[in-house]
Design a protein around this ligand. Structure first.
Ligand code: VG1
Ligand code: CO
Length: 557
């Protein structure tokens, strides 16, 4: 095949955030914007990692993915990639890309997604690169890519026609092979090996158990029917918003209490279903709800970890270790302690879990941001989390006859709290603040912590320590600094401040608030009430209103 060298110039601002490069789609559609980044990636990888190698390509179905697929395919061919496996119509969820990379022993893969950020001509687009064990590229690589975007001068593009991605099959141009694959089958096969589908089926086919899954018009729309309906026997009307759309039906594909409000209303409404779940744009996150009951993601991972061995065949020999991101509540720590498992606390973003998994130190992990997963792949996995919860509920009810009261999602959570205590947790998001004010607020907090001492009084709370979280990877020794300002008090309460690394405009401030409550009689309190004193403290210490002008958060979890 003929390869053309297209001259180009560096473009500012192509620095990867928490999870890939995310910008307004209009910017990505400008000349060479995407091409520069993709070429910079190839310039950053050792040639043996892609020359004549296999790469995977998929995306969440958002606006511009069709054009972007063709651009990426031609640049991959131009740089000597041997074969590219593309999801039909350019569709493949983030966890499925990770699964396909691993199963097919590919060298890596591209994911075209800005995850939970809205899509469509006025909104966001994004791209992530995952490496050969299916994990998000480490910072050592993303830093190199950024460096190369600042010195790039040519893009190598193969002279091949646009590829028809609508049909499964193989197309060859010289030494370059494009294989369009079904985006679901490898992933489904993996799920069947992890879970007891018969057990889940026994629950989903009960007439006294009602299930609802909201795909939010995002990528899990392509997975929900084949998995929940066709393989597990859920009724077809249990899936809502089940068709992926380029603009997610004008929605914000973020499975939380604010943006998945339709599902929340159904679950809290009279006669609502017994189990509700939603997933985000690229299918790596999840929200789990019971009838009138919300499972905090921090509790979700802890409850899955506590029940995995009994309910999920993949974990029948127990877990190797558990891990959470730093702002995630300490509920998981208590499970690790009780089960005597290795335990790790890593910075926000899934890329830090991969090394621990590859080193066989970690089985189950999660983030407070609705991300839950395990070492079956190297990404968080929304449908996996839903199947894990269905397994737990199915296991608890497997001997229940029709008419007997079932153990509910809420019952499982309350029983967990009774054993381990409850870690009340809430996150306040202030989206799209002015960057200047937000940065000043962080400066102010760093200033406070530099002067703070253990024993300092903050209202009724006594400081144990305050720091800006630094993580040293126990496997490769790499260091990630400035990962969030945290104030940890002597009773285990924490207030944590971070700026988001996934936005495309302004700055999003996140405040994480947590307090442990061993007293069962207080476990039914509303988290907002239980945490009120700490929330007030967080707002006053940070002077958030002063710095950002915000009276109220945009999202409360
Ligand atoms: C957010 C979450 C983080 C998650 C990341 C990517 O990052 O807080 O926990 O890993 O999104 O998730 P940030 O930097 O905005 O806080 V996804 O589903 O967008 O790939
Ligand atoms: Co996502």
């Amino acid at each position: 095949i003929k390869i053309t060298s297209v001259p180009t110039k560096p473009i500012e601002g192509q620095k990867t955030g928490t999870s890939g490069l995310r910008k307004k789609v209009k910017l990505f559609m400008e000349d060479n914007y995407l091409g520069n980044w993709v070429q910079a990636l190839f310039n950053s990888l050792p040639p043996e990692d892609f020359k004549n190698g296999v790469l995977v390509l998929g995306g969440d179905g958002r606006y511009f993915n069709h054009e972007a697929s063709q651009i990426i395919i031609k640049i991959a061919a131009g740089n000597g990639v041997g074969k590219i496996l593309v999801g039909r119509d350019g569709i493949m969820s983030t966890p499925a890309v990770s699964a396909v990379i691993r199963k097919r022993k590919a060298n890596g893969g591209f994911i075209m997604s800005a995850s939970h950020n809205p899509g469509g001509p006025e909104y966001d687009w994004g791209i992530k690169f995952n490496y050969s064990s299916g994990q998000p590229a480490p910072e050592s690589i993303t830093d190199k890519i950024y460096g190369n975007t600042l010195s790039i001068s040519e893009i190598k593009v193969a002279d091949i026609p646009d590829v028809d991605l609508s049909r499964v099959g193989v197309t060859e141009y010289g030494n370059f092979v494009i294989e369009v694959i079904d985006p679901v089958s490898d992933y489904l096969e993996l799920m069947e090996s992890v879970f007891d589908f018969g057990l889940i089926k026994s629950l989903l086919s009960r007439s006294d158990f009602r299930f609802k899954f909201d795909a939010m018009h995002a990528v899990t729309g392509a997975y929900a029917k084949p998995i929940f309906v066709d393989s597990l026997g859920a009724s077809p009307d249990s899936i809502t918003n089940g068709v992926p759309l380029e603009d997610f039906g004008h929605g914000h594909p973020d499975p939380n209490l604010t943006y998945a409000k339709d599902l929340v209303d159904i679950m809290y409404g009279e006669g609502g279903p017994d189990f509700g779940a939603a997933s985000d744009g690229d299918g790596d996150r999840n929200m789990i709800l019971g009838k009138g009951f919300f499972i905090t993601p921090s509790d979700s991972v802890a409850i899955i970890a506590a029940n995995a061995q009994a309910a999920i065949p993949y974990f029948k020999n127990g877990s190797k270790g558990l891990a959470r991101s730093m702002p995630t509540s300490c509920a998981l720590d208590r499970v690790a302690e009780k089960l005597k498992l290795l335990f790790f606390e890593v910075p926000t973003g899934w890329k830090f879990f991969g090394n621990l998994m590859d080193d066989e130190k970690l089985s189950i992990c999660g983030e407070e941001s609705f991300g839950t997963g395990s070492d079956h792949i190297r990404e968080k996995d929304g449908i996996w989390a839903v199947l894990a919860w269905l397994s737990i509920i199915a296991y608890r009810n497997k001997d229940k006859r029709s008419g007997e009261k079932l153990v509910s999602v809420g019952d499982v959570a309350k029983e967990h709290w009774a054993v381990y205590g409850r870690n009340f947790f809430s996150r306040y998001d202030y989206e799209e603040c002015e960057s200047e004010g937000a940065n000043k607020m962080v400066g102010h907090l760093r200033d406070i912590l530099s002067k703070s001492n253990s024993g300092d009084k903050y209202g009724d709370y006594v400081l144990q320590f305050a720091d800006d979280f630094t993580y040293t990877d126990p496997v490769d020794g790499s260091v990630a600094a400035k990962q969030g300002v945290r104030f940890v008090f002597t009773d285990g309460s924490r207030i944590i401040f971070r700026l988001s690394g996934t936005g495309s405009a302004g700055a999003t401030v996140r405040i994480y608030i947590e307090q442990f409550e061993p007293d069962v009689s207080k476990h039914d309190l509303d988290a907002q009430i239980a945490l009120k004193p700490l929330i007030d403290l967080a707002l006053s210490v940070s002077k958030l209103k002063e710095f950002t002008g915000r009276e109220k958060p945009t999202v409360i979890t």
